[in-house]
Design a protein around this ligand. Structure first.
Ligand code: HEM
Ligand SMILES: *[C@@H]1O[C@H](CO)[C@@H](O)[C@H](O)[C@H]1NC(C)=O
Ligand SMILES: *[C@@H]1O[C@H](CO)[C@@H](O)[C@H](O)[C@H]1NC(C)=O
Ligand SMILES: *[C@@H]1O[C@H](CO)[C@@H](O)[C@H](O)[C@H]1NC(C)=O
Ligand SMILES: CC(=O)N[C@H]1CO[C@H](CO)[C@@H](O)[C@@H]1O
Length: 320
């Protein structure tokens, strides 16, 4: 409801040509005069790529999350130089995909309005537009982020898939996100893929005694073992029933103790996250889309650069 009201307000103000300010220095319609077609260009290119290859939606959503969690939503995950030293070369990048979409969007924007739209804003918009293609919710993306000039792989300190609830909550609190944001945003694991190497320990050797994690449904462990031999590293889908559709089925999986990672299963270890999961299961995810939209807007504000900090990069992989 709140999102709908906001949308109506935004359209009204947009018609009047007013920039809509958020308390923290970003604006809806930020590019209205600076580059009127910016949002349409992002949407067109993103839709082109994602409708052709729907699995990119997961990759792009995850890329935005990783960008925001390391040095804020400042596009620093996109930097390639110094080679092998920036965030994208850190271990958890292993499987970050979709850089080509961001590059294509940025090139299209540079042709129309050179040097105007930041890579950080591009990534925020691309993530939103990609999720819409696979049935996910729309959320407003206030704009005006500037691009960071620093990116260090040593700073990549993302939550681990082996984390328990306390560590996850702390990682989220440190970014200004609360327990509810944690459980809601974890719902992103309703789409996309992982790799066998991430779950080997949980299913084959959890405590070093050739056992599996007792927090995991034993039948699911057997199914996962059929998919993942100890030696292989195939891809494995997060939500096998609807891997390419954004829905609330992730919460059913977690409720049945079929969360793929410890970090998914541990959401049953906290009263607040557990109650959220059971509510989504009981109501077929009635509030998930609205909640996800709300938490994504919050994620998009994490440690942003505005004003005269940072720069507007010409190419997303290199500082100017
Ligand atoms: C709560 C802490 C989180 C942990 C520990 C975590 C961990 C992981 C891991 C290990 C993978 C699989 C990587 C691979 O093997 O390829 C993954 C995939 C993914 N994650 Fe998370 N994640 C977390 C939160 C989030 C959040 C907040 C989002 C987005 C809002 C997100 C979106 C995704 C998506 C969409 C994928 C699939 C990527 C693809 O298909 O390429 N995750 N995550
Ligand atoms: C990149 O860094 C990793 C470890 O951080 C190192 O093992 C690898 O050799 C480096 N690759 C190049 C091409 O420098
Ligand atoms: C599994 O594959 C991913 C994606 O190619 C890779 O990044 C990761 O390092 C691999 N893990 C192992 C243990 O080989
Ligand atoms: C299981 O884990 C233990 C302790 O980490 C290790 O010593 C052992 O080699 C592992 N076994 C297998 C089969 O990987
Ligand atoms: C997409 C991408 O940049 N992947 C990099 C992840 O990091 C390894 C090295 O640690 C690089 O070889 C990959 O190119």
């Amino acid at each position: 409801m709140a999102i709908k009201n906001l949308l109506v307000l935004v359209i009204l103000l947009g018609v009047l040509g007013v920039s809509v300010a958020h308390p923290k220095g970003l604006y809806l319609y930020y590019y209205k005069h600076r580059c009127p077609d910016a949002e349409a260009i992002v949407r067109r290119v993103t839709v082109q790529y994602v409708s052709h290859e729907p699995s990119l939606a997961a990759a792009l959503l995850r890329m935005h999350f990783h960008d925001c969690f390391v040095r804020g939503c400042d596009g620093s995950i996109l930097l390639k130089y110094p080679y092998n030293e920036t965030e994208r070369y850190a271990a958890p990048n292993l499987s970050v995909r979709g850089y080509e979409v961001v590059d294509a969007v940025k090139s299209a924007l540079e042709r129309k309005c050179p040097g105007v739209v930041s890579c950080a804003d591009v990534l925020s918009l691309v993530a939103r537009d990609a999720v819409i293609v696979i049935n996910g919710p729309w959320w407003p993306v206030p704009l005006g982020r500037r691009d960071g000039r620093i990116s260090r792989k040593s700073e990549v300190n993302l939550p681990s898939p082996l984390s328990g609830i306390a560590a996850l909550k702390k990682k989220f609190f440190d970014k200004g996100l609360n327990t509810r944001d944690l459980v809601v945003l974890s719902g992103a694991h309703t789409i996309g893929i992982s790799h066998c190497s991430v779950i080997h320990q949980g299913i084959y050797n959890f405590t070093g005694k050739s056992d599996s994690d007792s927090s995991m449904n034993p039948r699911y462990v057997r199914a996962l073992k059929r998919r993942c031999n100890p030696a292989d590293n195939r891809t494995i889908v997060m939500d096998p029933r609807s891997v390419k559709k954004f829905d609330s089925h992730y919460f059913n999986m977690v409720a049945q103790r079929k969360g793929l990672f410890k970090s998914d299963r541990t959401l049953l270890d906290d009263p607040e996250t557990k109650s959220y999961i059971y509510t989504q299961v009981a109501t077929a995810g009635s509030s998930f889309n609205k909640d996800f939209a709300h938490s994504m807007v919050k994620l998009g504000f994490v440690e942003i650069l505005t004003g005269n900090k940072g720069e507007i990069r010409k190419r997303c992989a290199f500082v100017n």
